[in-house]
Design a protein around this ligand. Sequence first.
Ligand SMILES: [Zn+2]
Length: 339
Amino acid sequence: MINTKEKYPFWITEIDDCYKMLSEIKMGEVKTLGFSAGKREIKYVTYGKKQDYNRTANYSSACGAFNPSYYANREGKAPTLMIVGATHGQETEGVAAIMNLISLIETGKDLRGKEVPDVMDALDACKCRLIIIPIYNIDGRARCLPDSMIDEFPEGLRHYGQGRWKDGSLCGYPECKRIHPIKDASGFLGSYFNDDGINLMHDNFFAPMASETVALMKLCDDEAPNCVIALHGGSNTTNELLQPDYVPKYVNREVYALATEIAKNQEALGLKTHIRPIPEDDPKTPPPFNLTTAIHHVCGAISSTYESNEGLIDHNAFGAEEILLHHYCLFKGMFEHKW
Ligand SMILES: [Zn+2]
């Protein structure tokens, strides 16, 4: 059993540990987002004043009036930024990074006991409203016994992530998506899914199947964030922002610009970089209208999925601290970007 916290005490990703930290928050406000299929409480934290963007219409209607400021008039207002952890329960890298960011904000030091002045200076300067959901798919996180995939074999990731079919074979990626909800077809439900076997990335966003989806869409609509970044793990990828599909091209250009700024932060620390290009107009197969896309369409946010390296026993494995530093580059980029 992988226990990364034993070796790296800053790797706080278990629900009890995270929620204990949330219970000690003084600078921010802790609220309930909603409840999962498994009736677990999903909490979130806010820092900074909620922005009043003088809304007179929902996002679709504002765009129909050719003026998104009817939905959110951001003129002269501080940005609202949102970070979502663990949409997939075994992808704990973002949870660890989030808990270190919360520690930085609350105490001035991260869970390594270190100050990270460039991230904190950027946060102070941006004066944003910051919304953090440490563990979105809390059912999946509860089901995943290891606290990371660092030093795990790729087969282990597939077991804990996508689970196993009834015959015991690994569901794997992307075949785990061919039956949805997967619950009744699975022999072992992976941490990708909530307790109903729904992959929150692939809900039916026009008639949501999951209470988690309804709660997140409501929060996004209520807060109208300028930017929403969901923190995922993507095997041993070099950390990168994915490009959303089915969004206006300016959204892709903004994601690309943010990725370029993050890459500069990574280079300054001697870390590897990878910038995902803006997608072609005509992909060979239709991409999914997924959670990232849905978030943009409910509130107009620049919405992207951040894929972290998971430190698997495979080529291009990053260590725990390296993974954390990459996330700091992302957070700094979000705080410094001109929204
Ligand atoms: Zn994921």
